[in-house]
Design a protein around this ligand. Sequence first.
Ligand code: THU
Length: 127
Amino acid sequence: MDALIEAALAARENAHAPFSRFAVGAAIEDAAGRIHTGCNVENATYGLTICAERVAVFKAISEGARQFTRVAVAADTDRLTPPCGACRQILWEFCGDIELTLVNPRGAAETLRLKDLFPRPFDASFL
Ligand code: THU
């Protein structure tokens, strides 16, 4: 299996989701081929919860990575789980029109481009 997909599925096992019980994993590959992972981390206030995708992006940024090639998102749903709106914004700002693969633990996968999920984005080019 693709190492990026394996990494997203493995990261999902670390999800801290006691409130929703909805575990998500994400993995992002940087231009050097390094994989950065994330899982969702929930909070008792609910609103401070952070999604797997943003954890993966922020971890990668904090490690010095700046260019990214692919992202994988893993959740246990038959209708493959896409990033939420907030994560689409963050992915766009840090990764641009990146290749995005949605997977589940049963081997289902779909690959698309962020632009198709997030048309007409707002970003720093407007500022
Ligand atoms: N979640 C993610 O981590 N990524 C997504 O793409 C969708 C939603 C998390 C947030 C929350 O912890 C749980 O899934 C239910 O919304």
